[in-house]
Design a protein around this ligand. Structure first.
Ligand code: NAP
Length: 492
């Protein structure tokens, strides 16, 4: 297509990221008859976090029948909660079903995207220096793709094997931990999944815990052949399962914890009961594992085997703060050093630095990272003033602590598709006033949630602002994004 005299636009739409978000966008473009789009990803495969996270025990704590696209419900899930490999296979099946292969540009890291006002297009550059142009830019790079290492002295001096959970060293399957003394720093959702796997093999496992978390049971189980057949053949069964998980478990029970409602206190009691039941005879350990903040402030952990792993004789939960990594171990504030030969960082991601390190420059030379110095913000988490024809997927204020993020992503893709249909060859840009109003509402609503209830988490910037999460029930987001409001946008 042509947007100005002599300026050939290489692509109608450029999508950055081939994870759940980017692929969802690509599929909907394809279903809508748009053929001229490309999907860039820095990785050698699709899948985003489900490609990167291959630590032992990696899976999703959202039920299988809910953690999938609504338009591609899958009958063949092997268990109630999907494992990493099964989710990655599911995404590969989607790529094949919608014949996305020719649109993928894998191993292509986009490092810069600049808006060209004359030509009204985005000029993208990859790490190898090649350039691409597109009328519309859709960023689906996720929130959890850049590992965060603790800023502890001596980290680089450690002489043994050391790696982050999201960059698991393939030379270290669980059995390789046999006879080893191992340290794990961090006790978040990732550690909760891999610690039980390696605890079975390690000679000694020290789990360095800065904060205890609220944990509820997962009740995970494998679907038998009968159940799987039923999911395949009984009309409406998959949808009913999905609906139950979405409405009852997510929107009602888990949301109540975030909203700090009386039902949330019941969930907290349920969590305490889970702890008491799984560690009945060690009051000291129970005390260490009891959080000092209300439930919902950090992500609630969902696990059947975390507490039993920590109660093992070969496992010690260390609550003294880590002060130093030495050549041979980890030192804590009390001066004690624990000798280990393997050190695993389960310390999370640089989640509040949205879209970093891509250099995105919009209208009038404005840099996105400058606009976001006080914290990332986007209208509905999707659009940013001064950045025409640019849309974000899973952007600021769209993460959930209680339900499937795939639901949010689908809401965003529908919304963007409406805009693309309405302004097929034009230019759209959200108005400053619309973002200011949205922001004020978000700040007011977020301040009432448990996330700002006295703990720190990856949802917060260093300045103490929660920027990642959507504060209401997720169906409210679906409603808010049901149709673009023309008055919130500038359409030249
Ligand atoms: P995380 O939730 O950010 O947890 C990081 C852990 O490392 C926390 O326990 C943190 O303690 C600890 N930590 C960080 N710096 C430390 C230091 N200097 N010393 C001691 N401890 C330190 O990271 P994550 O477990 O990788 O999970 C991140 C997100 O990924 C999750 O919230 C979730 O959204 C997603 N995820 C999802 C699943 C799933 O099943 N759906 C599974 C894994 C991950 P503090 O709590 O004190 O900060």
């Amino acid at each position: 297509m042509t947007t100005g005299p002599g300026h050939q636009v290489a692509h109608q739409v450029a999508i950055v990221g081939a994870g759940f978000s980017g692929l969802c966008m690509a599929i909907q473009l394809k279903r809508d008859g748009v053929r001229d789009f490309v999907v860039f990803d820095k990785g050698a495969d699709i899948g985003g976090v489900w490609r990167d996270n291959v630590y032992p025990g990696c899976g999703c704590d959202v039920p299988s029948h809910l953690y999938s696209y609504s338009f591609a419900r899958y009958a063949g899930w092997s268990r109630a909660y999907p494992k990493q490999r099964e989710i990655l296979d599911y995404l590969h099946r989607c790529v094949r079903r919608w014949k996305l292969g020719p649109h993928l540009r894998l191993g292509t890291e986009i490092v810069a995207a600049h808006w060209e006002p004359q030509e009204r297009l985005w000029r993208l550059r990859d790490a190898a220096g090649s350039e691409y142009t597109a009328r519309v830019l859709v960023c689906g790079v996720g929130q959890l793709n850049r590992p965060r290492y603790p800023s502890v002295a001596g980290r680089e001096t450690f002489a043994g094997a050391a790696f982050h959970s999201a960059r698991w060293d393939a030379a270290w399957p669980p059995e390789a931990f046999a006879g080893k003394d191992v340290a794990v720093i961090g006790t978040g959702p990732s550690a909760v999944q891999f610690v039980p796997e390696i605890a079975r093999y390690a000679r000694t496992l020290y789990v360095f815990q800065r904060s205890a978390n609220w944990v509820i049971p997962k009740y995970d189980y494998a679907f038998g052949p009968l159940a799987r057949r039923a999911f395949r053949t009984v009309p409406g069964l998959r949808l009913a399962m999905r609906g139950f998980m979405y409405a009852v478990v997510g929107e009602t029970l888990l949301y109540s914890a975030i909203a700090g409602s009386p039902l949330g206190r019941v969930v907290q009691k349920f969590s305490t009961r889970h702890l008491n039941k799984q560690i009945p005879d060690d009051a000291d350990l129970r005390a260490k594992l009891t959080p000092d903040f209300p439930i919902g402030c950090k992500r609630i952990l969902i696990s059947d085997d975390w507490y039993p792993a920590l109660a093992r004789d070969n496992v010690e939960v260390v609550t003294e703060p880590v002060t130093e990594v030495t050549t041979g171990g980890v030192r804590t504030a009390d001066g004690r050093e624990r000798d280990v030969s393997v050190l695993v960082y389960g310390t999370g991601f640089r989640a509040t630095e949205f879209l970093a390190p891509i250099d995105i420059v919009g209208r009038d030379g404005v840099r996105l990272q400058d606009r976001w110095r006080e914290g990332a913000t986007a209208y509905l988490g999707i659009a940013v003033p001064e950045f025409p024809n640019m849309f974000l997927l899973y952007g600021p204020t769209t993460n959930l602590g209680h339900n499937s993020v795939v639901y949010m992503i689908e809401s965003q893709v529908r919304y963007i598709m409406s805009w693309l249909r309405a302004a097929r060859n034009g230019q759209v840009e959200v108005a400053e006033g619309a973002l200011a109003r949205y922001d004020a509402t978000m700040r007011r609503l977020l301040s009432r949630t448990a996330w700002e209830g006295g703990c720190t988490s990856w949802y917060m910037t260093a300045g103490g602002r929660v920027v990642n999460n959507w504060p209401l029930r997720s169906y409210r987001y679906r409603m808010a994004t049901s149709r673009p409001r023309a008055r919130d946008f500038l359409v030249p």
